[in-house]
Design a protein. Structure first.
Length: 463
């Protein structure tokens, strides 16, 4: 890591409007066609603060970690989740924790925080490991038959199974749960398609929009059934200790308020997406990176042999899996799954000498901030050693926000890191993943940062 005392470039005049590319349809199409290339070119030409004028959603782009901290920490009360980007997100999440604005957000956070205490994550650890082991058993059949796997799909399926089991405390093979996970997959796919071309409102009944609405209806039907079941079990004292039952039991310490069924539904939607799509993409990118760096795989295997041997990991093992954690953190740096973020200024402000009027939409890309050349040596090189001796989440690295920062730091970060560490080491215990194609895979900026091509691997038995 390079000198962290680097400062943003000085603006040409205090109170000036940030410069930027020509506005209108041309910029909109360039942003739509290739967001990362457009944003990178904008930073290269105009610097770390730029105005981007595109129809329906003009924004000011910021690209320096000081700017991110200004918005999310130092002046977070002046920036809230408003504007068209968050309106679109509410089509999927409802008014869950990820999309809620003040003042309601703080009350929601207080209600949800106890469910994500480390003691509960520890309780979920055994279920995570069992779910991963079940997937590995299925993979063994594929290996024996000489077949291949699409690892992007496999990681999505695995993380969805993990989060559904944690949420509902039910076997992922249960018929209702399988119907539910199918609806989640459809809704996620259609939302990604919509976000690629959001000019047609969801209210217009296109084929894709109808599929999206049907999938949401199926999800809601099952979630409300599960909420009713959990309420009965909580009253009877027979609940499973699932995330949903913890949320049903949650009471505000000051007011005694609890979540109604609609709020519970919105939080379940949020956790389903935030708890599986982002982790799935991170794991896929981790395996892609491991496959291209044999020395990284060797160190991972040495750690697995030293810490675990052949036994299934427990939560007590997770703190010792330090290099595995470093690999995940470096993957999050290079391929941040939540690659973009927005906030709207409530009052006039100034960033790096540029005027930010009230109502301005602020945008930044973690994909670019995490590769800022002022803070990372060879930022496009995969090197887990960058995070040696670091927790990685608590701000030691100034240009690294894997789970956000400030009061709205992702509530599920411990859950996510735990499931990803367990998944990597348990897969390494049983298999070698051999990419069928050695070609580079480019990132595709959709709702999350996906792979532009599937990652196809052949399975070999671990030695």
């Amino acid at each position: 890591m390079t000198d962290t005392s680097s400062k943003p470039s000085t603006s040409p005049g205090r109170g000036a409007r940030p410069p930027g590319p020509p506005g209108g349809l041309r910029s909109a199409l360039a942003f739509q066609r290739s967001p990362l290339a457009f944003l990178s070119a904008t930073v290269d030409k105009y610097g770390d603060v730029a105005t981007v004028e595109i129809p329906r959603m003009p924004f000011v782009m910021v690209n320096h970690p000081d700017h991110v901290n200004h918005i999310l920490k130092k002046h977070q009360r002046n920036y809230d989740r408003h504007g068209p980007a968050h309106d679109m997100a509410r089509n999927f999440f409802g008014n869950g924790l990820a999309t809620a604005a003040r003042p309601g957000w703080l009350a929601q956070r207080r209600l949800l925080q106890p469910a994500f205490h480390r003691k509960h994550i520890t309780e979920f650890g055994a279920a995570m490991a069992d779910t991963i082991a079940t997937t590995m058993d299925r993979w063994e059949t594929v290996r024996a038959g000489g077949g291949t796997l699409d690892l992007t799909d496999e990681m999505s399926d695995l993380t969805l199974r993990i989060v559904v089991r944690a949420l509902f405390g039910m076997d992922p093979e249960d018929a209702m749960i399988r119907r539910f996970t199918g609806a989640v997959a459809t809704a996620t796919r259609e939302l990604a398609a919509y976000m690629q071309f959001p000019l047609i409102p969801l209210s217009v009944p296109t084929l894709g929009h109808r599929r999206f609405r049907r999938a949401l209806a199926t999800m809601d039907e099952i979630v409300y059934t599960m909420i009713e079941r959990q309420r009965r079990e909580v009253l009877a004292g027979t609940d499973s200790g699932s995330l949903l039952s913890l949320m049903v039991r949650a009471r505000d310490a000051d007011t005694g308020a609890s979540m109604d069924d609609e709020q519970l539904r919105d939080e379940v939607r949020t956790m389903l997406f935030a708890g599986h799509e982002t982790s799935a993409n991170t794991l896929a990118w981790a395996w892609y990176s491991i496959g291209r760096h044999p020395e990284v795989e060797q160190r991972l295997r040495e750690e697995v042999d030293r810490v675990l041997g052949d036994r299934q990991p427990t939560m007590d093992d997770v703190p010792a899996l330090t290099y595995t954690r470093q690999v995940i953190l470096e993957t999050l740096r290079m391929y941040a799954p939540a690659w973009q973020n927005f906030r709207q200024a409530e009052e006039d402000d100034e960033i790096d000498g540029f005027r930010i009027p009230a109502g301005t939409l602020l945008f930044w890309s973690y994909y670019l901030v995490h590769r800022h050349p002022d803070f990372w040596e060879q930022p496009d090189r995969f090197d887990p050693n960058r995070f040696t001796g670091q927790d990685g989440i608590n701000g030691e690295a100034p240009a690294f926000f894997p789970f956000g920062t400030g009061p709205r730091l992702c509530i599920g970060n411990t859950f996510a890191m735990t499931e990803m560490q367990l998944a990597i080491v348990m897969i390494l215990q049983r298999f070698r993943l051999e990419p069928v194609d050695s070609a580079e895979i480019a990132p595709k900026a959709s709702v999350t940062l996906k792979m532009a091509e599937p990652l196809i691997v052949r399975l070999a038995q671990a030695e």
